[in-house]
Write a protein that binds this ligand. Structure first.
Ligand code: ZN
Length: 77
């Protein structure tokens, strides 16, 4: 299943083998998390602390972001 990377819009595979899903890369994921943390949402700890999150936290955030973006197509970019 292909999804558009929420950060750069590039088509990427939404697959358990892709650790950065729904993003195309770690870079795009961290960019999105950074924007997210400094925007309306604060994840436990200080904003911009995404690089210190556990894989489980990153996964739940990624899933939330993916679902959010699918509800509001075109909001990002
Ligand atoms: Zn991307």
């Amino acid at each position: 299943m292909k999804v558009k990377c929420p950060t750069c819009g590039k088509a990427t595979e939404y697959d358990p083998k892709n650790p950065w899903r729904p993003f195309c890369s770690e870079r795009c994921k961290l960019i999105d998390l950074g924007a997210w943390a400094s925007d309306d949402y604060v994840i436990e700890g200080e904003p911009g602390s995404a690089d210190r999150m556990t894989p489980e936290e990153l996964e739940s955030v990624a899933r939330y972001t993916f679902e959010r973006d699918n509800r509001q197509p075109g909001r990002r970019r």
